[in-house]
Design a protein around this ligand. Structure first.
Ligand SMILES: Cc1ncc(COP(=O)(O)O)c(C=O)c1O
Length: 327
């Protein structure tokens, strides 16, 4: 990847002249089954651009109350896009009940905001990396489209969903009007996300990217990492998923944690003994990194820098930490 970055052909992407960025955008659009794509610095910017481009200020966006846009994007939808969000109850499988979506869509009325957009997430981070099956995607996009709403899929880890479900990312996102994915998570790039959609939508998103300060110049050195990742780092995600299974089993065995059965590379576990922050500190002191995911939950992820041997080592250290606390 570093070699591909160092030897990338570059140009000025603000003028659409960077050949490597152009190549990444076409490869991404093709993989997601969309007409066009735009390269952006982060998943947060990709989601914000999607919200801005699908809506007008004063609109209301429907989404799940456990989704990343609602919980971790600093309310950018409200502050920057000027929309109100209506957070619906997320089911533990990463979906939202179709009836809840239907019930939230407002009838046209001079008093009410318009509902032009539903946002979904797959895999679903706070639902323990749940891979939402295509049947559920089809049901939810169907409900939205029947009522005239566009659908944006936050597919930060849509290639993990592809591997977990055995369905191409393009099938998963087939009926979504836009989809974003991150190059900088399990795919192993230092920077970057891509937003995909129709030609017209991406043209407008490109204008909005410039407004947000996301227009980059010789960004081909970053896009080259993305192209490398799409070619080499997608199928190997299966290894991260197998590692997550092994990690979850090891956490369960300690008796201090009850993990959600992992479906991808994310392990979310309820803490049933002791205090989350104390466990996080003790794990960090032992060189095992995790984050808090609520007052009684923690999250660990597996990725391409965690080999089978380093996973064995991490599990041994977790066992030592839990053993020392129990002693
Ligand atoms: C589901 C999801 N969407 C979007 C993002 C945002 O990505 P970034 O950190 O690149 O802004 C994340 C990051 O963890 C995520 O998990």
């Amino acid at each position: 990847m570093r070699h591909a970055m160092a030897t990338a052909d570059v140009g000025d992407d603000v003028f659409g002249d960077d050949p490597t960025v152009n190549q990444l955008e076409s490869a991404s659009a093709e993989r997601l089954g969309k007409e066009a794509a735009v390269f952006v610095p982060s998943g947060t910017m990709a989601n914000l651009l999607a919200v801005m481009t699908h809506t007008r200020a004063g609109d209301e966006v429907l989404l799940g109350d456990e989704c990343h846009i609602f919980n971790y994007e600093v309310a950018g939808s409200a502050r920057v896009a000027g929309v109100q969000v209506h957070a619906l109850h997320n089911l533990t499988d990463g979906t939202i009940a179709a009836a809840d979506i239907e019930g939230a869509i407002r009838a046209p009325n001079i008093h009410a905001p318009r509902n032009p957009l539903l946002c979904l997430e797959n895999t679903h981070n706070r639902c323990g990396g749940a891979a939402v099956p295509v049947s559920a995607m089809d049901e939810l996009t169907g409900v939205a489209h029947r009522h005239g709403l566009a659908v944006h899929l936050d597919g930060a880890r849509v290639f993990n969903a592809q591997v977990a479900l055995g369905e191409p990312a393009a099938r998963i996102a087939r009926d979504c009007d836009s989809v974003s994915f991150c190059l900088s998570k399990g795919l192993g790039c230092p920077v970057g996300s891509v937003l995909c959609g129709s030609l017209e939508f991406i043209g407008e998103a490109r204008r909005n990217r410039k407004m947000l300060g996301g227009g980059m110049r010789q960004a081909g050195i970053l896009a080259a990492a993305g192209l490398y990742a799409l070619e080499h780092n997608v199928d190997r995600l299966a290894e991260d998923h197998a590692h997550a299974q092994r990690l979850a089993e090891a956490l369960a065995k300690t008796g201090a944690f009850v993990p959600i059965e992992p479906q991808s590379n994310i392990v979310v576990a309820d803490v049933v003994r002791g205090d989350v922050d104390e466990w996080l500190r003790a794990f960090q002191d032992a060189g095992v990194l995790a984050v808090g995911f609520g007052p009684r939950r923690l999250r660990m992820v597996t990725h391409l820098d965690i080999s089978s041997t380093s996973l064995d080592e991490a599990i041994a250290r977790i066992d030592r930490v839990v053993g020392a606390v129990a002693a």
